[in-house]
Design a protein around this ligand. Structure first.
Ligand SMILES: [Zn+2]
Ligand SMILES: [Zn+2]
Length: 162
């Protein structure tokens, strides 16, 4: 899990129009090696911290939500800075609007959020070496089998909330 540190922690885009804070630690951190994430980031993988939308506070600027095709076919909504177009977070159809996938690289101290799991490793770039201590799955996984109890409880609370 993410390293214990005082919250909230802040992040933002490259032109600094958009600034946000994460109020608590995320639910789970994905390192996704799918070819879609490779194309969208222009690099080998995407690092996303999943967190309840109401724990992400936009305190400066605004985001533009761009509907973007996704690997699942159901699409994702990527929230970008309207000026520099950097992606701050996205919402996937599967998890709905209640959970944001915050781009870890946009946090001011991104090194505090190492992956909890590597996903879609079947398509990872061949030179990427996965660390032995972190779970890795060829495609996706069941949260009930991988997430810590506290995160599952937070997710359950979201579902009952509506
Ligand atoms: Zn910007
Ligand atoms: Zn991906």
């Amino acid at each position: 899990m993410s390293i214990g540190k005082p919250y909230p922690i802040e992040g933002g885009c490259t032109c600094r129009s958009v600034r946000y804070r994460m109020r608590t630690k995320p639910l789970f951190v994905h390192c996704c090696h799918c070819t879609w994430c490779q194309r969208e980031t222009g690099t080998a993988f995407a690092l996303n911290a999943m967190i309840e939308a109401d724990r992400v506070e936009l305190f400066q600027g605004e985001v533009e939500v761009i509907n973007t095709p996704s690997n699942s076919g159901k699409g994702q909504k990527i929230s970008r800075c309207p000026r520099c177009r950097i992606a701050l977070w996205s919402n996937y159809s599967g998890a709905g609007d209640a959970v944001r996938f915050v781009r870890v690289g946009t946090l001011d101290e991104p090194g505090g959020f190492p992956p909890d799991i590597h996903i879609f490793t079947s398509t990872k770039q061949p030179w990427v070496m996965l660390p032995p201590g972190t779970p890795a799955v060829p495609e996706y996984y069941k949260a009930s089998e991988r997430w810590p109890k506290e995160s599952l409880e937070r997710r359950a609370a979201l579902k009952t909330a509506g």
